[in-house]
Design a binder for this molecule. Structure first.
Ligand SMILES: Cc1cc2nc3c(=O)[nH]c(=O)nc-3n(C[C@H](O)[C@H](O)[C@H](O)COP(=O)(O)OP(=O)(O)OC[C@H]3O[C@@H](n4cnc5c(N)ncnc54)[C@H](O)[C@@H]3O)c2cc1C
Length: 427
């Protein structure tokens, strides 16, 4: 089956911007037109700064135009662990910031009237086994201790909300929601352009060079001179190119989607626009899109053959959860997620006027949007101590990342076996 991205097929009018041709000058250059870069450009342009965004492919070419569209609160690590890793002060700020990231995103969508099917139906984390319930209970207690009301659903209530009795209970988080990822990326881009940002597509940055008082960025057909650079290429770039060795592990996440399901079936599953990601190590995440297509995602593979197997495993998984689904599988696609060693995003300032942000660990829809604003704040003079994440001088290295990358096919193959029930459950 050829790979076909649901969001590209349903995003509507394409956003065509020019290719950088010749020599230009600006105040701030943003490399990468995903949510991080587009949000940074929007917030800078709104403050009257001159901004140019350079994108290697099309707007939203990376994870931002390919993801599950689940707007999720929090970081990959639970709140207590974040505070343990970052220390109580910074940790507390990071937890509050990431917990409020969906509020920030939905307010931004509203303010700029971005037509992206944004809906706040909540986020469910269903427990794949009874042994996962205490994990959810602890998560709920940690958020409650910070004033956030989550609730634990019984097995029956979970079945009622999801329309499957495959799970033993679930954690409901009202802060979450969903959107059309590519419409959202294009909407952010249009808002940034209305505010004055200039965007260029098919203009991959091949080199970032220091000049006397700023930077020079080279692209195949042009160059950009600027006073500051925000480099936000996430899993599609290579922060290791900054000379510190490996610091992210890019992994594939893949999805499959059906044609719109019959109205009667839609009414009985994933009630009230809820989206879900379960508690398995290689988790499945699923939702209905606004037209009623069933969309499910999970861990993928680097090779096309490996991805084809992962697509087949997802289809099996979907039918095991919802046997009544019409198996009209029309879409299958994937994208890269950037993992970091401690599962926390990194904000890096290797030199004054050069900023990097990456490593959302599969939680970037709301978080990348919010971090774009943080990058804008920093370039507009925010003090290091006022930022919600530690500002690193160098990316935190992850020397094992290349070795782990080699092991990924094995791990993914094992996960596929576990999916089929050939081997014992992973947790
Ligand atoms: C399949 C999948 C499902 C996901 N599901 C969810 C989800 O449901 N919820 C959630 O919260 N998160 C999800 N994520 C994660 C989320 O999509 C990302 O964290 C987020 O989009 C990252 O945004 P970004 O702007 O940092 O990076 P990206 O969107 O990846 O953007 C980086 C951009 O940089 C460009 N680039 C790279 N190199 C260069 C260069 N040299 N010059 C110019 N441009 C360059 C790339 O083309 C790309 O457009 C998912 C990710 C994937 C892949």
């Amino acid at each position: 089956m050829n790979e076909s991205n649901l969001w590209k097929r349903t995003a509507g009018e394409e956003l065509v911007v020019p290719v950088l041709d010749g020599s230009r000058e600006t105040e701030i250059a943003v490399v990468g037109a995903g949510y991080t870069g587009l949000s940074a450009a929007l917030h800078l342009a709104e403050r009257g700064r001159r901004v140019v965004v350079l994108e290697a492919g099309e707007i939203g070419e990376g994870a931002s135009g390919r993801n599950g569209g689940q707007v999720l609160p929090g970081l990959k690590q639970d709140p207590d662990m974040v505070e343990r890793i970052l220390g109580p002060g910074t940790g507390r700020r990071a937890v509050a910031f990431a917990g409020a990231a969906p509020d920030f995103l939905f307010a931004l969508v509203e303010r700029h009237r971005i037509a992206c099917d944004a809906r706040r139906g909540g986020w469910l984390q269903p427990a794949a086994s009874a042994r996962h319930l205490p994990v959810l209970e602890r998560r709920m207690a940690q958020w409650r201790a910070r004033g956030v009301e989550l609730s634990l659903l019984s097995r029956g209530e979970t079945a009622e909300r999801l329309g499957t009795d495959a799970y033993r209970g679930a954690l409901f988080d009202p802060r979450g929601g969903s959107l059309h990822p590519l419409r959202y990326a294009r909407g952010l881009a249009r808002a940034a352009m209305r505010a004055g940002a200039r965007l260029f597509r098919r203009s991959p940055v091949r080199g970032v060079h220091r000049t006397g008082d700023g930077w020079r960025l080279a692209t195949p057909r042009g160059e950009l001179r600027c006073g500051a650079v925000i480099c936000v290429t996430n899993a599609y770039g290579d922060p290791a190119a900054m000379g510190v060795g490996p610091c992210i592990l890019p992994v594939w996440s893949v999805q499959v989607a059906t044609d719109p399901q019959p109205p009667a079936l839609r009414a009985g599953i994933l009630r009230d626009g809820i989206c879900a990601s379960d508690t398995r190590r290689f988790l499945s995440y699923f939702r209905l899109d606004p037209d009623g297509r069933f969309v499910i995602g999970g861990r993928g593979a680097t090779s096309a053959r490996g991805r084809a197997r992962a697509f087949a495993a997802l289809r099996r998984r979907a039918l095991a959860l919802f046997p009544e689904l019409e198996p009209s599988w029309r879409f299958a696609w994937g994208g890269l997620v950037a993992l970091t060693e401690n599962r926390l995003p990194q904000l890096v300032e290797p030199a004054p006027g050069l900023l990097l942000a990456f490593g959302y660990n599969g939680r970037g829809v709301a978080l990348a949007t919010a971090i774009g604003r943080v990058l804008a704040d920093r370039l507009c003079g925010a003090e290091e101590g006022d930022l919600p994440l530690p500002l690193l001088r160098r990316p935190r290295p992850w020397p094992l990342a290349p070795w782990l990358r080699l092991q990924l096919p094995l791990a993914t193959g094992l996960a596929a076996l576990l999916e089929r029930g050939v081997a014992p459950r992973e947790r």
